[in-house]
Design a protein around this ligand. Structure first.
Ligand code: C2E
Ligand code: MG
Ligand code: MG
Length: 844
């Protein structure tokens, strides 16, 4: 749930709880207050009622006394008006007298033997009515007749006179009378005038407690009010039996005043009335009577002289409840209003909090999604303002951090994919990108050429000049390779050490080899390192996708194999992969053993390629070249088996073989044909491993064959000289001293520096056939052969061109003063017999 909803909800719940608690508290308090108030009111009412009752009692006593005095006056008047003997009085006379005196009735009481009897009366019911059983009334009569003062407590006693308390008439209980009794001894009767009913009750009605009670019952909530007599209430009525009448005395009546009727519950009430009177404590209870929820309260009133009584108040308890309910309703209504207000306020409040929070959350989300550096705009001075500032700072930090991270990532990525030395992409990059490049080529039906380049004798540079210089050289090499390639459409990688791989897209074999040649030619140009002019070469293997293979790994292996072949062939060249290379590499062990056998079985022949002097048009010598045609392998080129022989050490027996045969052969030819042919033999680097030994062997071969050392020539490659070993130089020197010529084979492809050549024991420079073959009418690649020729002349060296195939090449060379030549234009390498035949065609 969102804070926006949560806050108002929490507020509402809290306020609701507070309101409910408040309402409950208020309800209970109101209830108690109301009950308290009610109780107080009841106490007040009952107090007032009791006061009223007391007052009216006293009032009625007073009035009763007045009435008693009135009756005495009337009695005196009656005595005067009547004869002293009742026998002389008529009832009629009494009636008239009563009327005249405005009393209700007049009765005359006479004393009999043991009674006081009504003898004459205006009320017939009073006549002959005995009074013996009337208690204190009778006592009062006897005292009056005895002319004694009446000692009865009740009523009013005056001289010769006593007035009885207001009471129900014994002669007729339907009436309430106030009597006066007068006897002064002048008559034989007691004069008894009395007021009846209206006179008595009218007063009671006007001044008695009944009226007060009536007034109180008009008060709201007061349903009934009555004054109860605890002595008789709820008990069996105490009935008086007199003069044939049954009745209850006023003082014995259970309900003195009020209207105990509608909500009567005598069983319960009588107990509480009794308890209230006994304990003098207010009692109350609640009940539903006549569908009304009422509360009855019984308040005892103990008058000192008089009989105690209990005021019973029936209160409409429903009113209290209604009041409470009303109050509760008002409170609930108020609570609802407060709740709505709280809801609105809390909603506004929560909005004022959640709106900026929502804004912050939204913005932080954006930041979390990578929009670092995003700035929040919230100008507040509270915690949210602080939070905004912090978020802004965080966002800013993140931006910097991510920028740094990206920078580092790029750097790491760059470092992971680039060679730190040359800045070229590295092996990892190559491995990752080879497949996509090939896939793309595949899709576009394009080719991919792989050039595997390895520097020739780079180890020597490292060993001689140190790794720092070696590194410098590698940088130059990398730059040179790059300069040979078009800007796009290729990928150059340094695989490690002095190995480079170049991928070129959509080039055919010719374009690829042209590029390879360009690279090789560029790389063989001199390098200036630490003030020294250095010469390096490179071997390059080429494989083509999809021509050679569709397998990526194989594609690279093929380029590597081709490079290896190039290296074996003396380096400084490229070789396009061909089946023979695989075959060779696969069948290398077989080749080896076949070669070994061929040497053992003398199956290797020596062919001779004539060396011509085109100026004199003569054969002046020959180059001994090995030929091997195996029974199983067929013809195997020396370019294939010489590297194997060099690797396996078989080059030594081969060398011995060629030395022996060639020297003997040429020696034979020279003596047979009276010639002075010069024979040149190719020496491998292996021959210079033990130079002094080799010199000895050469001497022996020459001696054995009786070949003049002047007719013997050694062909070595520049790489042998580059070893720069004094031993080698010395051995060459001693050979030269013997009259042997030293020729640098494949000159131009290697690394020779001019200064270098100058100090070496060299006789001839043999221009490499690749330069000669480049000489054509269309192409103008003549600088190198021309330079070599000039250089040789400058160094006073002989110069010979190999691989001369065309007349144009020959003419060119002649024009440049290079007259010694070797090539298919004159002859291919020939067998012993063929050479003899060829020799016979040419003059010495
Ligand atoms: P190389 O010493 O430079 O020999 C010249 C190669 O060029 C020979 O190849 C020869 O047949 C070839 N050649 C001559 N004229 C022409 C021409 O006009 N056009 C073309 N395309 N080629 C021409 P071959 O005999 O296959 O020998 C290849 C290489 O094998 C030699 O190159 C040499 O380095 C090595 N080799 C041959 N015999 C021996 C040997 O007895 N000992 C040593 N160490 N190496 C040998
Ligand atoms: Mg040679
Ligand atoms: Mg050569």
């Amino acid at each position: 749930m969102s804070i926006k909803k949560k806050l108002p909800l929490i507020f509402c719940i809290i306020v609701f709880i507070i309101l409910v608690a408040n309402n409950a508290f208020h309800y209970i308090r109101s209830k108690n207050q109301l009950l308290d108030y009610n109780e107080k009111e009841i106490t007040m009412i009952t107090k007032e009622v009791s006061v009223q009752v007391e007052n009216t009692k006293k009032g009625s006593e007073y009035v009763e006394n007045i009435l008693a005095r009135e009756l005495r006056i009337a009695s005196v008047a009656i005595k005067k008006a009547l004869p002293p003997r009742y026998q002389d009085v008529t009832n009629e006379q009494l009636k008239n007298l009563a009327k005249e005196l405005r009393v209700s009735h007049i009765t005359l009481l006479a004393k009999t033997k043991d009674d006081v009897v009504g003898v004459r009366s205006s009320d017939p019911k009073e006549i002959n009515m005995g009074t013996k059983g009337w208690g204190y009334w009778y006592d009062a009569y006897l005292q009056l007749f005895a002319l004694k003062p009446v000692t009865v407590q009740k009523g009013l006693a005056l001289p010769y006179y006593w007035s009885g308390p207001m009471e129900k008439a014994s002669s007729n209980p339907d009436h309430i009378d106030k009597w006066g009794y007068y006897y002064d001894g002048t008559t034989n009767y007691i004069i008894d005038p009395y007021f009846r009913d209206n006179t008595v009750l009218g007063y009671e009605d006007r001044f008695g407690p009944g009226k007060v009670i009536k007034n109180f019952t008009k008060e709201p909530g007061v349903l009934e009010m009555s004054v109860l007599n605890p002595k008789s209430f709820g008990k069996k009525e105490e009935v008086v039996h007199l003069n044939g009448n049954y009745y209850t005395r006023i003082s014995a009546e259970p309900i003195w005043y009020g209207s105990y009727k509608k909500y009567s519950n005598i069983a319960v009430d009588s107990k509480l009335v009794k308890k209230a009177a006994e304990t003098n404590k207010t009692q109350s209870y609640k009940d539903t009577i006549k569908d009304k929820y009422i509360m009855k309260t019984f308040v005892p009133v103990n008058t000192k002289q008089d009989q105690p009584y209990v005021i019973c108040l029936v209160y409409d308890y429903g009113l209290i409840q209604n009041e409470l309910l009303h109050e509760l309703k008002v409170h609930i209504l108020l609570s609802i209003v407060i709740m709505i207000l709280v809801l609105i306020i809390s909603f506004i409040f929560s909005r004022s909090i959640t709106k900026p929070i929502g804004y912050i959350v939204e913005q932080v989300n954006e930041i979390a999604q990578g929009n670092f550096g995003k700035k929040l705009h919230l100008s507040r001075k509270d915690e949210l303002g602080l939070l905004t500032e912090n978020v802004n700072a965080l966002s800013n930090h993140l931006l910097h951090y991510v920028n740094d991270l990206n920078h580092s990532k790029k750097l790491i990525e760059y470092q992971a994919h680039h060679d730190p030395l040359t800045g070229l992409t590295n092996r990892r990059y190559f491995q990752e990108h080879l497949k996509p490049i090939i896939d793309e080529a595949n899709e576009k039906h394009e080719t991919v050429s792989v050039l595997f380049i390895d520097l020739d004798r780079f180890k020597h540079v490292n060993d001689s000049f140190g790794h720092t210089k070696g590194d410098e050289l590698l940088k130059i090499v990398a730059n040179r390779i790059q300069s040979c390639l078009p800007e796009n459409n290729h990928l150059i990688t340094r695989q490690g050490g002095d190995e480079f791989i170049i991928l070129m897209k959509n080039l055919d074999v010719n374009a690829t080899t042209a590029a390879a040649e360009k690279i090789i030619n560029t790389l063989k140009k001199p390098y200036s390192i630490a003030g020294t002019e250095l010469y390096l070469g490179a071997s390059c293997g080429i494989s083509m996708y999809p021509k050679h293979t569709r397998n990526l790994d194989t594609l690279i292996i093929y380029a590597d194999m081709a490079m290896y072949s190039a290296k074996k062939m003396g380096g400084n060249r490229f070789i396009v992969f061909n089946e023979q290379i695989t075959k060779l590499s696969q069948e290398r062990p077989r080749f080896e053993s076949r070669l070994r056998k061929a040497i053992e079985n003398q199956k290797i022949e020596v062919h001779y390629q004539p060396k011509m002097n085109v100026q004199t048009n003569t054969i002046y010598g020959a180059e001994a070249l090995l030929r091997w045609t195996d029974e199983e392998l067929g013809f195997v080129s020396p370019e294939v088996f010489i590297p194997i022989a060099e690797d396996t050490g078989l080059i030594q027996p081969l060398w011995e073989l060629v030395m022996k045969k060639a020297c003997q052969q040429v020696s034979e030819w020279n003596s047979k044909f009276q010639r002075s042919l010069n024979i040149s033999v190719n020496f491998s680097a292996r021959q210079f491993q033990e130079p002094s030994n080799m010199v000895k062997q050469v001497k022996n071969f020459l001696q054995e064959s009786k070949l003049d050392s002047k007719n013997f020539e050694i062909e070595i490659t520049e790489s042998i000289l580059l070893n720069n070993s004094t031993e080698i130089v010395q051995s060459l020197q001693s050979l030269q001293d013997m009259g042997i010529s030293i020729s640098i084979d494949d000159f131009g492809t290697g690394y020779s520096s001019l200064s270098y050549l100058k100090n070496l024991p060299i006789n001839t420079l043999k221009i490499d056939k690749s330069f000669i073959q480049n000489i054509s009418e269309n192409l103008a690649n003549t600088e190198i052969p021309e330079a070599i020729i000039n250089m040789a002349r400058g160094l006073h060296l002989d110069v010979i061109a190999e691989g001369v195939e065309t007349e144009y090449q020959k003419e060119f060379l002649v024009a440049k003063n290079c007259v010694q030549m070797q090539g298919y234009l004159f002859s291919k390498p020939l067998s012993h017999d063929s050479f003899e035949a060829f020799l016979s065609k040419w003059p010495c």
